[in-house]
Design a protein around this ligand. Structure first.
Ligand code: PLP
Length: 431
C-alpha cells in the first residue's frame, strides 16, 4: 500500500488508521475527510528529531498551517513542539483560538493590508516575514504606531528553479514572492530594513517550491543563501541570526513517487550548511524549515459515496461521487495525481473510469483514468488517498455544497475536528 496506515480486511473492506471506512461513512456521512492523528504526530516527530540531531539548539521546525488549518491540528503541532508559519489573519486567529503561543508564530504573506499588520502586531506574533518594499514601509509605520520594535525576516528569492508544478514553484527570479537576489532588490531591502527604527531584522527567509523531489534543491539553496550572507557581511557588516529554508519536501501521492527520506535529506542540508559556513567563515545561523504537506498529506484520506456510474460505450466511463472540486480542487488546479481505491472490494475484473465530482463544471475531475472494479455502482464507497494537505484548506462552497467534516482517528477513537457544514451555514452570510 501507498502508506502503512492504509489496509484491507480479508473481505476487501478498506481501513484507514485501523478504522473500517464503511463504519466511519455510516457514522459521519460522506464526503468525509479523515486524519490519522498517530501519523500526524509521527511526521512532526520525524522533523523535530532530525532537527534536534542536526542542529541541536540551533534548529526550529514550523508547521506551514496553510496545508491544513483547524484548531485541533494547530494544537497538535504545538504539542509536538513545532512553531507555526501563518499567512493570514484567519490562520493567526485559528492559532490563537487553539491556544498556540503567539511568539512561536511567523507571519508570512505578500499582500498584507494595514489591518492585517495591525492584527498580527496585536496578536503578538513572534516574527513578521516581509515580502516586498511596500510591506517594509507598512510594517515600520504600524510598528511605530503600536510603539513596538517588531522582529522581522526578509523573504529572499534565491533564483532557484525546482522541477515541480509551475503553480507551486516559488524560487525562480520572476516569482511573485520575495525580494529577488539577482536584481539587487534584496540588497536594497536589507539596507532599508536595517535603517528602520521599529523593525529588528533577525534573518532571511526563502522558500523555493512545493512537492519538490529534486535531490539537492535545499543544498543549492544553502549555497546561494550562505554566499549571500557573506556578501551582506562585507557590504553592511550585518549577518542573519536566523536562516529559514522554507518548506516543500514532496510526498507520495502514487506508487510512482518514491518515498522521500526526509531525515536523510535534512542531514545532507545540515552537512552542506556546516561546510559552507566553515569555508566562508560564517557563524552557524539558527536554521528553520516550514514543512506543510509532508506533515499532513499522508495522514489524510477522503471518502466519497458513488452517486452514479455513467458508461458511454466506445468512449469513457465515469464514476460520479458526492464531492469533487469543492473538497479537492487540486486536479482541477494543476493536474495533481492521486491514488484512488474502491473502499469495499478489490480483485476481480477492473475497468478504467474518470473519477468526477458533482459540480457543474467539466473540469470537476478528482482524478482521470483510475482503475476500479468493473462493477462499481451507486452507493459504493471510494477512497482518495493522501488528501491531508491542501484539500480541506482549499475547499470551497462552489455550487453551494457544504464542506465535509474532518474526523481525527487515534488510538482513543474517532472524533470530530471540524463538523460538517450545513446548508444553514452556507446561507448564514446572505442578507
Ligand atoms: C507553502 C509554503 C510552505 C509549505 O510548503 P509545503 O510544500 O507544504 O511543505 C512553507 N513556507 C512557505 C513560505 C510557503 O508558502
Amino acid at each position: 500500500m501507498l502508506c502503512e496506515n492504509i489496509q484491507r480486511d480479508a473481505g476487501g473492506g478498506l481501513r484507514f488508521a485501523g478504522f473500517p471506512l464503511r463504519a466511519l461513512a455510516e457514522k459521519y456521512g460522506t464526503p468525509l475527510y479523515l486524519m490519522d492523528e498517530e501519523r500526524l504526530r509521527q511526521n512532526c516527530r520525524m522533523y523535530v528529531r532530525a532537527f534536534q540531531e542536526q542542529f541541536g539548539e540551533k534548529g526550529r521546525v514550523l508547521y506551514a498551517g496553510k496545508a491544513a488549518c483547524f484548531k485541533q491540528m494547530l494544537r497538535l503541532a504545538d504539542e509536538e513542539g513545532l512553531g507555526l508559519d501563518a499567512v493570514s489573519v484567519g490562520e493567526i486567529r485559528t492559532a490563537l483560538a487553539a491556544g498556540f503561543p503567539p511568539e512561536k508564530i511567523f507571519f508570512h504573506g505578500n499582500g498584507r493590508t494595514a489591518a492585517d499588520v495591525r492584527a498580527g502586531l496585536e496578536a503578538g506574533v513572534g516574527i513578521f516575514v516581509a515580502d516586498n518594499a511596500e510591506e517594509l514601509e507598512l510594517l515600520q509605520r504600524e510598528a511605530a504606531l503600536a510603539g513596538k520594535r517588531q522582529k522581522i525576516l526578509l523573504r529572499i528569492t534565491p533564483g532557484i528553479d525546482t522541477h515541480t508544478y509551475a503553480a507551486v514553484r516559488t524560487g525562480q527570479v520572476d516569482s511573485k514572492f520575495g525580494f529577488p537576489l539577482e536584481t539587487g532588490q534584496a540588497d536594497e531591502a536589507v539596507k532599508t530594513a536595517l535603517s528602520l527604527p521599529n523593525l529588528e531584522l533577525r534573518g532571511l527567509h526563502c522558500h523555493v517550491g512545493s512537492q519538490v523531489f529534486d535531490e539537492d534543491v535545499f543544498e543549492r539553496t544553502v549555497d546561494v543563501m550562505t554566499a549571500y550572507m557573506a556578501r551582506l557581511r562585507a557590504r553592511f557588516g550585518w549577518l542573519p541570526e536566523l536562516l529559514d529554508l522554507g518548506g516543500g519536501y514532496g510526498v507520495r501521492y502514487t506508487e510512482a513517487d518514491k518515498p522521500a527520506d526526509i531525515p536523510g535529506r535534512i542531514a545532507l542540508v545540515a552537512q552542506r550548511l556546516r561546510q559552507r559556513c566553515k569555508e566562508l567563515e560564517l557563524p552557524l545561523p539558527t536554521v528553520l524549515m516550514e514543512p506543510g504537506r509532508s506533515i499532513v498529506a499522508d495522514a489524510g484520506m477522503t471518502v466519497y459515496s458513488v452517486c452514479s456510474v455513467k458508461r458511454i460505450p466506445g468512449y469513457k466511463s465515469y464514476v460520479i461521487v458526492d464531492g469533487g472540486m469543492g473538497d479537492n480542487p487540486r486536479y482541477a488546479l494543476y493536474g495533481a495525481a492521486y491514488t484512488v481505491l474502491h473502499a469495499e472490494r478489490t480483485g476481480g475484473e477492473e475497468a478504467v473510469f474518470e473519477l468526477v465530482g458533482r459540480c457543474c463544471e467539466t473540469g470537476d475531475v478528482v482524478q482521470p483514468q483510475v482503475r476500479l472494479p468493473a462493477d462499481t455502482k451507486a452507493g459504493d464507497l471510494i477512497a482518495v488517498c493522501t488528501t491531508g494537505a491542501y484539500n480541506y484548506s482549499m475547499a470551497s462552497n462552489y455550487n453551494r455544497y457544504p464542506r465535509p467534516p474532518v474526523v481525527l482517528l487515534s488510538k482513543a477513537g474517532d472524533r470530530l475536528a471540524v463538523r460538517r457544514e450545513t446548508p444553514e451555514d452556507v446561507l448564514a452570510l446572505d442578507v
